[in-house]
Design a protein around this ligand. Structure first.
Ligand SMILES: [Zn+2]
Length: 341
């Protein structure tokens, strides 16, 4: 990693940390599980972080967006809030232009894949449109932009080139959980695997794994800004969250000890590695075990809340106000475990 890139990353980390704070205070409200609160400040901006290869993280549009941008076009994981779509599309358009004119250092695949051929043939091929939208789950802070982004799938490259694209009139294909049990795409030089996780944050969550770039987009199966949000009414369950976190860890390879290596894009909050996921998995598992013990002793929900089973983690993840309070989390864990009897 050269110094310039390092500074760039640090600068973006700062932006991401600030963005995390902003989420907690404002945009986080938007993640309300029932989607009732659905606004973000009119002056909110989106920020783009290059992760690796063709994979980018876009923050500030509600839930985090992960995008693969390259010669095959754009594949998006989640689309953010509806009211942020214009800014997301502008950021993607800028990215496509940058990738197209400057290329990116990592585009050095030796293989003559379909993705690589246009670059081998022509140093400045026309950008291709948004081809796929993969929804990690149904909440509006992750899917609000679907309609508009899909429609833009045929126009994002600009009028003079979109006419050249055979399937341009179709718009981007939206891939949601019903049909993602086993789906793999090859896009921009790498396999993109969609892994369905049953009954976790909701009853239809997916992880999206960029196999070449080694990046996993988790949706709200993993967040850094709060305790896990468990949408009990939509089939969520704490055990599913733990299963999902373990699955992410199974897929991840750390670079040194538990740091670096596979990069993880959480549903909300900053870019992470497997150390962050392991810490979070341990936290959720410990709290689950404590509440399980209390249920075994016959304690009611009120008694469990009064016993403060999350106390040591509250300074980091707790909240007494806002869309997902500590009490709501404890209640969701209690209900998850009671329902399993
Ligand atoms: Zn969600």
């Amino acid at each position: 990693m050269n110094t310039k890139h390092f500074k760039f990353s640090v600068g973006l980390r700062v932006i991401l940390v600030l963005a995390s704070v902003a989420f907690t205070v404002t945009v986080g409200l938007v993640g309300r599980v029932d989607g009732q609160l659905n606004q973000t400040p009119a002056n909110a901006e989106v920020h783009v972080l290059h992760i690796r290869g063709p994979v980018y993280m876009i923050v500030g549009a509600g839930g985090n967006i992960t995008a693969s941008v390259g010669p095959d076009g754009v594949l998006m994981v989640d689309t953010g809030l509806a009211q942020m779509t214009d800014k997301v599309l502008a950021a993607l358009r800028q990215l496509q232009t940058d990738v197209n004119t400057n290329g990116i250092g990592e585009w050095k695949y030796a293989a003559e894949t379909r993705s690589n051929v246009p670059r081998m043939r022509d140093t400045n091929p026309p950008p291709k449109p948004i081809r796929y939208i993969i929804d990690t789950h149904v909440h509006p802070d992750h899917t609000g932009g679907n309609e508009k982004v899909s429609a833009a799938g045929r126009t994002i490259t600009g009028g003079n080139v979109s006419g050249d694209i055979r399937n341009a009139a179709e718009g981007a294909a939206i891939i949601a959980h019903e049909n993602v049990l086993v789906r793999i795409h090859f896009m921009n030089g790498e396999g993109v695997q969609i892994i369905h996780i049953p009954n976790a944050h909701t009853d239809g969550d997916s992880l999206v794994y960029f196999r070449g770039s080694d990046v996993i987009a988790t949706g709200d199966l993993f967040v850094t800004t709060s305790y896990p949000i468990i949408d009990i009414e939509r089939g969520g369950n704490v055990q599913g969250i733990i299963d999902a976190l373990n699955r992410i860890l199974d897929l991840s390879i750390a670079e040194f000890r538990t740091e670096g290596g596979t990069m993880i894009v959480p549903g909300h909050g900053r870019l992470c590695d497997s150390a962050d996921v392991a810490y979070y998995r341990d936290m959720v598992t410990i709290i689950r075990d404590r509440i399980q013990e209390m249920i075994k002793k016959g304690m009611t929900l009120d008694l469990v809340k009064a016993a403060k089973p999350t106390r040591d983690y509250d300074p980091r993840y707790g909240a007494t106000t806002g869309f997902w309070t500590t009490d709501m989390f404890i209640e969701a864990v209690y209900k998850s475990l009671s329902a399993r009897k």
